[in-house]
Design a protein around this ligand. Structure first.
Ligand SMILES: Cc1cc2nc3c(=O)[nH]c(=O)nc-3n(C[C@H](O)[C@H](O)[C@H](O)COP(=O)(O)OP(=O)(O)OC[C@H]3O[C@@H](n4cnc5c(N)ncnc54)[C@H](O)[C@@H]3O)c2cc1C
Length: 338
């Protein structure tokens, strides 16, 4: 092994947080590799909600998920960061002062520090527990919305009551012939502004109701049988072209937890300190992969953590290096900016 084979920083996981960490590592002139198990970067945003308008990323009043990832890609492309997609990290071990990273294809990589940005691991949608519904996936039943224009002028029902379901209902309602939102409670678990937008829209709220049966009619339409949650005897039918199930996602971080390095866990993710350091020296965790008191799993939070983790990693392998700073940093002395 020569010095050239050793990366300063290996970022494991190419979601939005790993991508921004990669950019910042480039800005700080480090030799960095970004490793992602899927074919494309973007994590949950690319895989689960590329069409959603994200409202809580600083600097963007609203940005479509896929546009945010395209901008992160452009930012990442500014520096010669090595990017390996289609590559799952199956083990990380520490040998002397170096980390060895084993990937699913038998390759071993070496790095001085590790930034874990694996999110909560592989995820899958929470299923609707109604007989026959899964057989209709792809025939009008959807767990993902890849392209909102697939629903242009359709009659659409969305099942769910969280942020994502509420935002999707108001977004698709601008394109569909009709939109219904089915939720088992009268209150939605969404941001106040999202609920306001829903209430001001023409989305039909089917609450407090649950779907008890889904049938495909010869006309191609789906017939949904809805039951009133408070009184199971009250049934109604809804005819739609599409049913979008939005009950959230379940994930299991088993791969990451099986690595030889065993950072202390906080639930399913890594416990970190103020420097985003895990209990294993040289290993940091940011974004959805880490937890501390008060942490919210939001893109904006992960973006904020990335520079701190990269700067802390640099202090591990190059303690003499100054910074961070920026070219126009202000210095305040005696209450005056100089
Ligand atoms: C439906 C939905 C809507 C959301 N809406 C918003 C919103 O409006 N605003 C907001 O701020 N947040 C929102 N979130 C949350 C947001 O998506 C996450 O906080 C964000 O994606 C976390 O980014 P991350 O990079 O930490 O992890 P992830 O996006 O989960 O990316 C982790 C990446 O690591 C890869 N990976 C995992 N294990 C390995 C391995 N062993 N080897 C290599 N690669 C690996 C995965 O393939 C994945 O690409 C939403 C989430 C969902 C599900």
């Amino acid at each position: 092994m020569t010095e050239t084979d050793i990366y300063d920083i290996a970022i494991i996981g190419g979601g939005p947080v790993g991508m921004f960490a990669g950019f910042y590592a480039g800005l700080r002139n480090t030799k960095t590799i970004l490793i992602e198990s899927l074919a494309t970067l973007g994590g949950q945003v690319t895989a689960l909600y590329p069409e959603k308008n994200i409202l809580d990323v600083a600097g963007f009043p609203s940005i479509k998920g896929s546009d945010l990832i395209a901008s992160l890609q452009a930012q990442l492309d500014m520096f010669p960061i090595t990017i390996k997609t289609n590559t799952t990290v199956v083990n990380v071990a520490k040998q002397d002062e170096l980390f060895t990273i084993a990937t699913h294809d038998g390759t071993t990589l070496f790095a001085k520090t590790i930034i874990v940005t694996t999110g909560k691991g592989a995820f899958e949608p929470r299923k609707m527990q109604v007989d026959g519904v899964d057989e209709l996936v792809g025939q009008g039943v959807h767990y993902f919305v890849k392209n909102k224009h697939d629903f242009d002028n359709h009659d659409v029902a969305i099942a769910g009551g969280g942020d994502s379901a509420v935002d999707m209902a108001t977004m698709l309602n601008q394109l569909t012939a009709s939109t219904a939102l089915i939720h088992r409670r009268d209150q939605f678990r969404a941001m106040e502004q999202s609920v306001k937008a829903l209430e001001a829209s023409t989305v039909k709220r089917e609450t407090p109701k649950k779907v008890t049966k889904v049938e495909k009619l010869s006309s191609g339409k789906l017939k949904l049988t809805l039951a009133n949650v408070k009184d199971d005897l009250l049934h109604s039918d809804l005819l739609v072209d599409d049913l979008i199930i939005n009950y959230g996602f379940i994930s299991a971080n088993k791969t990451v937890q099986s690595w030889d390095i065993k950072p202390e866990l906080d639930g399913q993710v890594f416990h970190v300190n103020q420097e985003l350091a895990t209990s294993v020296p040289g290993v940091f965790a940011i974004g959805d992969a880490s937890h501390y008191v008060g942490k919210a799993d939001l893109i904006a939070i992960g973006f904020g953590e990335a520079p701190n983790a990269i700067n802390a990693a640099i202090r591990v392998f190059d303690p003499e290096r100054g910074g961070p700073g920026h070219s126009s940093a202000m210095v305040v002395r005696d209450g005056k900016v100089i």
